[in-house]
Ligand binder design. Structure first.
Ligand SMILES: C[S@@+](CC[C@H](N)C(=O)[O-])C[C@H]1O[C@@H](n2cnc3c(N)ncnc32)[C@H](O)[C@@H]1O
Length: 368
């Protein structure tokens, strides 16, 4: 696990903090690697959350209801937009643990930690690994949330190659220290594997043709930049389809990004870990940006909210299963028209959340 820990010592004792975390905050934990608390990516003086509007922020806060003194885990810190709003509500007695695998997010975290009153900790790692670490430390939280996909900072930093709109080296790594980048995927994966990734992660109808075109083009010369890739993808899509359903490279770029960052694998691993860390009455929430993520979150929460799974013709329950979650909304929550007018990037966002119910024996009489 490529894990970096950064503890921002704010001089307060966080209530309910795991002993390991409290010890490290006093400076006796394992040394952090390298100098990481640099200037915020937005330049000197740029505050966290100043440069972008966190998606579905009002709705997320309504579901999470962060309270003074609680412990929250932001699994996808990014630019810190949601984290700042949550931290404000946790107050001096609360603790925010922030996770992100992007070193730039770590810099943004340092800026937020300087201006926040709650105790704060940053873990630079994939969220699945970070949550495993927290579980091993015995940490329990009132709140855990995910805001999946790319941060504004990642998309807008052209040289990171996330966007099909700018010419940049092929990269797309959220963790800029990891070995696999989009360049290797495009240069080395065989046609079948490429087609599979484009189909599975981009739901791209022309996956086979695009994979074929990539392999044919790279035989002539390496595909090095985003616009060379866009050109290759566009050439493989039949003309009428190029002008339907958004940019012709949109699905392929999504697919490559998901493959490079193992986004779905991480999510599948992380949801049960985050759920396991929650205290009874705690809330797990996730904002997703495409159906592959949303389906996984929906299924995960619905499974936990399901009680008896006996066949309907069985007169009495034999499985003994009771729900461990209550869904906080029946359908996913989507951005308001006002939010979309202000922030078109929120267009595909969906929010789902559930609260963790007390164990059967601990529930008050008559509750379900
Ligand atoms: C949409 S942004 C979060 C934005 C944030 N909520 C805000 O308001 O600024 C998603 C962030 O999650 C991070 N991320 C995505 N997948 C991750 C993973 N598996 N592990 C850790 N961080 C991840 C990305 O690096 C990115 O910074």
């Amino acid at each position: 696990m490529s894990t970096t820990l950064l503890e921002m010592s704010e001089g307060r004792r966080p209530e309910g903090l795991a002993p390991e975390l409290a010890r490290r905050r006093r400076g006796s934990g394992p040394p952090s690697r390298g100098a990481r608390a640099g200037r915020p990516a937005g330049g000197a003086g740029a505050g966290v959350g100043d440069s972008h509007k966190p998606v579905l922020a009002r709705e997320l806060l309504e579901l999470l209801r962060p309270q003074a003194g609680q412990i929250a885990i932001d699994c996808t810190f990014g630019d810190g937009g949601h984290a700042r709003l949550v931290a404000e509500r946790l107050g001096p007695g609360g603790t925010l643990v922030a996770i992100d695998r992007d070193p730039l997010a770590e810099q943004r975290f340092a800026a937020l930690a300087r201006e926040s009153t709650c105790a704060m900790r940053f873990i630079r790692a994939g969220y699945a690994e970070a949550l495993e670490l927290l579980a091993a430390e015995g940490m329990r939280a009132d709140i855990a949330y995910f805001d999946l996909g790319m941060s504004s900072m990642q998309v807008d930093t052209r040289e990171r190659g996330f966007s099909y709109s700018y010419d940049a080296p092929l990269d797309m790594r959220m963790d800029t220290t990891q070995a696999l980048s989009a360049r290797e995927v495009v240069a080395e994966w065989d046609e079948r594997r490429l087609a599979h990734a484009l189909r599975e992660y981009g739901e791209e109808r022309h996956a086979g043709a695009i994979a074929r075109a990539i392999v044919a083009r790279r035989r002539q010369a390496p595909i090095e930049t985003t616009l060379e890739l866009v050109d290759t993808i566009t050439s493989a899509i039949p003309a009428p389809a190029r002008f339907a359903g958004g940019h012709p490279a949109k699905r392929s770029f999504q697919a490559l990004r998901i493959a490079v960052n193992d986004e779905l694998g991480q999510l599948e691993e992380a949801l049960p870990l985050a759920w396991g860390l929650l205290l009874e009455g705690g809330v797990l929430a996730a904002i997703t940006f495409h159906s592959l993520e949303d389906r996984r979150v929906k299924r995960f929460l619905a499974d936990r909210a399901r009680g008896c799974i006996c066949p309907p013709d069985l007169p009495v329950c034999a499985c003994g299963r009771t729900p461990e979650a209550a869904l906080l909304s029946r359908r996913s929550i989507v951005p308001s028209a006002e939010e979309l007018a202000e922030n078109p990037r929120a267009a595909s966002a969906r929010l789902r959340a559930a609260t963790k119910l007390p164990l059967e024996g601990d529930r008050p009489e008559g509750s379900r």
